[in-house]
Ligand binder design. Structure first.
Ligand SMILES: [Fe+2]
Length: 467
């Protein structure tokens, strides 16, 4: 990796990328000797705005809190963003390998071969590939180009075949069962079946133990003028109470956008009651310090929080960590928690906006559909890019490697619970009133709902704190 040691070299680097650097930002880069990883500053936000201010630097490079002293391991996402070809290749290889492993466990995919050997064979072939493009032939069939690590092939999915109505997204990894064309012309596969990694059907064991609840809230937006503070406080008070259900709450998850932040969108200052993000976290800390100490609280960042925007997002800085009591654990986004033998997948949910655009019938009101399409693809952001900035690091953290028992997400301010093949999921309710943007989009959020999952049974409880 190149080292940019002095002012001239650093300035030249950014000028070549078409990025303007504020004098303050340049001083910090020089002062903190950050020349060796300035590639990491080229986030999508920076590339889009063409400008880096001191505030942006704070946002991108804020050091994550150390992860010691916990009973499970918390990964530290790569802080450096290097958009070299090798990094991208490494990222997609990781995605491909992980998903291939899942797909080939399916009985339908027994005897999977590589694309290059499939091209040499005759009769039925089974291959796994990442979708590089999709189109429609003039006869209305689907044409999908897939790639594995060494080769690529065109797959034709004829009208009427199993899976023809499925939405195939670029960058998703799928299995194909079909037959390869004969003759000397360029080989194609005529697909009989599309095999997704998907969630295997399972029977959920109902235990007859006392309920143990994990409570879920998201998108609290503390600091915003539209934060529903009274309702949030009332919810905390209820958790503190000795009611039958609240007594059984042992865990609580805050899945991102816990504060409103600053500089997230133009003119945000006008919508803020508290301008300083650190004071916003202080207020959040005050509010949740009322939660009994024996309830373990997990907080992950979202796109409004003061960490870098591209995912995977690191945990909050040590400065913020210190504001919270010892029952609070900070997590990166995304993250899988293992609680009482159950897998709880947490993801703030930025890719839901992309899924709404890509999946017909999915919208803010029917967000469960988008969530289920994510689960079927075993990937939290199946389409790379779009509205979800992702660091192309060597490990793809968005692959859903283990089948979750519970999937908690947020971001879009809907509230929806569901069950997909035994995976209970929620798009957690927000604690912010309708914003101007949502008004413009004609979307009414469903705020101030607390969702409780019982870790010992299939039951989900919802409590509404509105009004
Ligand atoms: Fe968000």
């Amino acid at each position: 990796m190149p080292l940019y040691r002095d002012k001239a070299e650093i300035l030249e680097f950014f000028t070549q990328k078409g990025i303007l650097l504020s004098p303050g930002a340049l001083d910090i880069i020089l002062e903190k000797n950050m020349g060796s990883f300035i590639n990491g500053l080229l986030t999508d936000d920076v590339m889009n705005s063409g400008y880096i201010s001191e505030k942006d630097l704070f946002r991108i490079l804020e050091k994550p809190a150390p992860s010691s002293g916990r009973d499970f391991e918390i990964y530290v996402p790569d802080l450096v963003r290097d958009s070299s070809v090798e990094e991208f290749r490494g990222y997609f290889v990781s995605r491909y390998e992980k998903l291939r492993k899942i797909i080939t466990t399916s009985i339908a995919m027994r005897g999977t071969s590589s694309i290059s050997s499939a091209k040499k064979s005759t009769g039925e072939v089974k291959v796994v590939g990442m979708v590089s493009s999709t189109s429609v032939t003039k006869n209305g069939h689907k044409r999908i180009v897939i790639e594995d690590l060494d080769d690529s092939i065109t797959v034709i999915l004829m009208k009427g075949k199993k899976g023809f109505d499925e939405v195939i997204l670029e960058d998703e990894v799928i299995g194909i069962v079909g037959s390869v064309s004969s003759g000397d012309k360029e080989k194609v596969i005529f697909a009989n079946e599309i095999v997704r990694p998907d969630i295997p059907f399972r029977v959920i064991d109902e235990t007859h133990k006392e309920p143990v609840y994990i409570a879920s809230v998201s998108d609290i937006h503390v600091g915003s003028k539209t934060f529903r503070k009274d309702e949030f406080s009332r919810m905390i008070k209820w958790i503190k109470s000795s009611s039958e259900d609240s007594k059984q709450i042992k865990y609580m998850v805050l899945s991102g956008d816990v504060v409103d932040g600053i500089g997230v969108y133009p003119g945000q200052e006008n919508d803020l009651e508290i301008l300083n993000p650190l004071e916003q976290y202080e207020m959040l800390s005050d509010l949740i310090s009322e939660i009994p100490g024996d309830v373990k609280v997990y907080i992950m960042p979202g796109n409004h929080d003061v960490v870098r925007l591209p995912e995977p997002q690191p945990v909050f800085s040590e400065k913020i960590r210190k504001m919270f009591n010892s029952n609070v654990t900070l997590l990166p986004n995304p993250f899988t928690l293992e609680i009482e033998g159950k897998q709880v997948l947490l993801y703030h949910g930025m890719s839901l906006n992309d899924m709404i655009e890509l999946i017909p019938g999915a919208n803010f009101e029917t967000i469960g559909k988008a969530i289920e399409e994510i689960l079927r693809r075993r990937h939290l952001a199946p389409r790379y890019g779009g509205k979800t900035p992702i660091v192309p690091s060597r490990e793809d953290r968005h692959v859903i490697e283990n089948v979750p028992d519970i999937f908690i997400t947020g971001h879009v301010h809907s509230h929806a619970v569901g069950n997909y093949r035994g995976v209970r999921y929620v798009n957690s309710s927000t604690w912010q009133s309708q914003t101007d943007y949502q008004k413009m989009m004609n979307f009414s959020p469903n705020p101030s709902m607390l969702t409780l999952f019982d870790l010992n049974s299939r039951s989900i409880l919802i409590r509404d704190f509105k009004g």
